[in-house]
Write a protein that binds this ligand. Structure first.
Ligand SMILES: [Zn+2]
Ligand SMILES: [Zn+2]
Length: 371
């Protein structure tokens, strides 16, 4: 048992008082008889307690450091050692409530509720109002949250005189110790419901369906959560209600996708229409619009319909609706179509790329040469 005190606690020789205390508490907790019933662990606990007793006292620590030994008197008769720390720890380790805590109130805040609500892209563009119905706890009308049958009330618990906890005598390696435990008669509340309200079985709240209207602002995102304060579960015994969280799930739209504040649609244009230009009707959230395709349109070009996009959150100006073009090359040509296209190609002088001074790859080749 003559092991070095610093080694026992696993701290350095210049450890602060706080470090020593923390190291001791950590080790003592692991060696607590409720956690570690091994008799060896209890011997070890005695040893580290002795080390802590010495090192936590500046005077004793100084003498220990000078003498380098452990001759500071026996354990546990040394005197002056404050066991309060150990009892605090033991209370923590076994889940018992400490001294000085009042009774546990019945009244508690209700839980929060999370509901997922599906909305359309149109709701994101303009905002919307949705009515949602959900199951929740509401105040018991019969007892108004008192938990007691009408005309009755709670009475002070006689087992604990209203304190909510009782003293228990427990055996420990240090002999009999007094510990505090929640009063089993009143479950720690300090009072007893003599006649529970039959409508709510003495909880002060009942379960039922509730309907609320949720205002969904424009510009919300998929996964946005809207918090409705006090619309969650009513608390027990008339405690305040929790919150309702509405999580929005934006359904995919057949034609439009959202990019920031813009809406984007993809339009495939036949090669001839792209070359000649045309107008294509498009049903938007603002009614039918004409998409103007200029002659010579290319794949990747965008036609912008200003102000037909999403209204951003907390702003007025709407984004745009962008139509992205893809030019469709004709396939499965008939004999006649082929002849016409060949004739067209001859007129353009681009029936072949061979022999031309500036082929289609010229720019790319030049670009590489510059590297
Ligand atoms: Zn009730
Ligand atoms: Zn009690």
């Amino acid at each position: 048992m003559n092991e070095d005190y610093y080694d026992l606690l696993g701290v350095s020789r210049d450890a602060t008082k706080d470090e020593i205390k923390k190291a001791y508490q950590k080790k003592a907790r692991a060696l607590h008889p409720d956690i570690n019933p091994d008799p060896e662990a209890q011997e070890k606990l005695k040893a580290i307690s002795h080390a802590y007793e010495t090192l936590s006292n500046p005077e004793k620590r100084r003498m220990y450091d000078m003498g380098g030994g452990s001759g500071m008197g026996g354990f546990p008769g040394g005197g002056g050692f404050d066991f309060a720390d150990i009892f605090d720890m033991f209370a923590g380790a076994t889940g018992m409530r400490g001294h000085g805590q009042g009774p546990q109130p019945r009244r508690r805040r209700g839980g929060d509720i999370l509901r997922r609500v599906a909305i359309e892209l149109r709701d994101v563009v303009f905002g919307a109002e949705k009515e949602i119905t959900y199951r929740t706890s509401v105040l018991c009308e019969t007892c108004q949250g008192s938990c007691c049958a009408p005309g009755t009330s709670t009475r002070t618990c006689s087992a604990c005189q209203g304190s909510g906890h009782v003293q228990r005598v427990a055996q420990s390696l240090l002999g009999q110790v007094m510990t505090m435990a929640p009063c089993p008669t009143c479950e720690g509340h300090g009072d007893v419901i003599e006649q529970p309200c039959t409508a709510c079985q003495g909880h002060g709240r009942v379960t039922q369906d509730q309907t609320v209207t949720v205002r969904i602002p424009s510009g919300v995102e998929h996964g946005t959560r809207i918090q409705l304060r006090g619309q969650g579960e009513m608390g027990e015994a008339g405690g305040p209600a929790g919150d309702l969280f509405v999580e929005l799930s934006v359904a995919e739209h057949d034609i439009f996708t959202r990019e920031g504040d813009d809406l984007v649609a993809h339009l495939t244009v036949p090669m001839t229409a792209a070359a000649l230009g045309t107008t294509v009707p498009l049903e938007t959230f603002d009614g039918e619009q004409q998409v103007q395709i200029d002659p010579g349109a290319q794949t990747g070009d965008e036609v912008k319909l200003r102000g037909l996009g999403v209204t951003p959150l907390r702003r007025e100006r709407r984004g745009d609706l962008r139509v992205k073009l893809a030019v469709l090359t004709p396939t499965g040509l008939t004999e006649e179509e082929r002849e016409l296209l060949e004739q067209f190609a001859r007129l353009r002088g681009d029936e072949t790329t061979r022999g031309r001074r500036q082929g289609p790859f010229a720019k790319l080749r030049d670009a590489f040469r510059d590297l």
